[in-house]
Every structure is written in C-alpha cells, then in structure tokens.
Design a protein around this ligand. Sequence first.
Ligand code: T3D
Length: 259
Amino acid sequence: MLVERAGAVATIRFNRPDALNALDLATKELLLEIVRDVAADEAVRCVVLTGTGRAFCVGQDLKEHIGILTGPDPGSRLNTVPEHYNPTVTALATMPKPVIAAVNGVAAGAGASYAFAADVRLVAESAGFNLAFAQIALSCDTGASWTLPRLVGPTRAMDLLYSPRTITSAEALDWGIATEVVPDDALAERAATLASRLAAGPTLALASMRAAVRYAATHGLEDALAFEAEKMALTGASGDHGAAVEAFLTKQPPVFHGR
Ligand code: T3D
C-alpha cells in the first residue's frame, strides 16, 4: 500500500500490481492503518482510493488464503473479516470527508466492496466489477450486502452475487455503480481534479451530507429530518457558512476552510 499526499488530498494506492492488488495479510493490516490515519487527519479533506497496474483490487489474496485453509490453524481465517475488512470499510464509509474510488481496473470481491464504500466511483473504460464471492463458495463481505443493493437495487444485487461475472464500466454506469466512466489514460487526472476541488470545499458540510445520507438509509423520515436539523445547526454555525453567504452577497468566490 502506498499513500501519497498532495495538499489536502490523500491518495491511497493498492500497490501489488503483480498480484492484481490482491489483499494479503500485510496489505490488509497496512490498509487499515492508512485508512484510519487519513480519516483522523484534519489536514486531509478528500481521499482517493486507487490501484497500480491492470487491477483496482481483486479482494482476498487466494494464493495466501489456500495456505491458511490447509495450514495448521484454518480457524484463523475467520478472523480477517472482523479484524481487517470490517474496520477498514467502516473507516472508509464513515470518515468525515469525501472519498473517491478511482477504479483503474477490475475490482473483485472485497476490492469491489471497497469501491462501493466510496461516495464517487470514477471508473476507467477498461475496468469492471466482479462480485466473485460465490465462485469460491463464500458469502459476501466488506459491506457489499449493504452497499450493492443501495446502488443497483436488490434484484440486480442478487443477480451479481449469484452469477459472478465481470460487468463492464458501461454496465456499471448504466446500473448506477459508476459515477462516471473515464478514458483509461485520463483517470488519474480526472480523479486529481475532482479530489482537489472537493478538498477545497466546505468539508464540514460535505461530511455532514455524507453522514446524513448514510443515516437516512437506515432510518425513517422523522428521524432523518431530525438528523438533518442537527447537521444544519452544526454547519449553520460554521465559519465556512458565514463567510460563504458573505461571499455570495458580495459576488465574490467563496473560500472554504473546511470548518
Ligand atoms: O476468510 C475470509 O473471510 C476471506 C475473505 C474474502 C474476501 C474476498 O475478497 S473473497 C473474493 C476473493 N477474490 C476473488 O475470488 C477474485 C478471483 N479472481 C477472479 O475472479 C479473476 O481473476 C478476476 C475477475 C478478478 C480477473 O480475471 P482475469 O481473467 O482478468 O484475470 P485471471 O487470469 O483470472 O487472473 C490473473 C492472475 O491473477 C492469475 O494468476 P496467474 O495464473 O497469472 O498466476 C490469478 O490466479 C491471479 N488472481 C486473480 N485474483 C486473485 C489472484 N490471485 C490471488 N488472489 C486473487 N483474489
């Protein structure tokens, strides 16, 4: 895993291209540490998750996994979901700043789930998504049961889970998984441009929207309205809000400090 910082943007990069960025133990541990770090760092105001090489991330490293299944302590494999996948996806999905997945290549299994946890999926033309779990007789994890039906609806979610195949970027766009499809050679630049715009944005307001949309997904209208009111009170009292209204009325471009 690599993390690169440019101003207020942190780019987290899966970096095992020879293994299609499969998640071995060392990668999972480092990813969790990095995701927690950037989540907690107030100087980081937008996070990009991407991969090196021809894949975004193909999920659990099955070449390592077989060694665990056939090794002396196969039970230890049961720990990786609660120890690695769950806390990582929780930190990705809940950090108080926008998260962009720049999906440079195939995203499979937990790799697809990580992309689903982002707010924006910029997908390279040649990339695709594969809910590979059933082909290795596993249930789904890393939040796919929660995110995927919300993106594509339960009927398509079950189809993708029951019949794993790599869906193209065009299908992903059509089905509401991709925010935007970008020519392969333009992906990095498109992600950097969007990330730097979001990083210069009203971070507290963007984080509040992120939290509100997530909250509303599991609550009724009355609760969602109360949550919105809380977040409106918070952002209404922020320095960015006062300055932005001032800027609007004086026909100046707003400058956001993220608080
Ligand atoms: O215990 C637990 O709870 C485990 C938790 C698991 C969470 C998960 O993520 S489970 C899902 C794991 N991922 C998969 O099952 C994906 C398996 N891969 C594929 O289905 C396909 O490779 C892809 C659709 C991703 C890409 O297909 P394609 O045709 O572009 O490439 P390929 O020819 O299948 O693969 C190229 C190489 O990458 C090949 O290795 P080789 O033959 O050149 O030595 C292949 O074995 C390797 N590879 C692909 N995926 C993985 C992998 N090696 C290790 N782990 C992988 N996940």
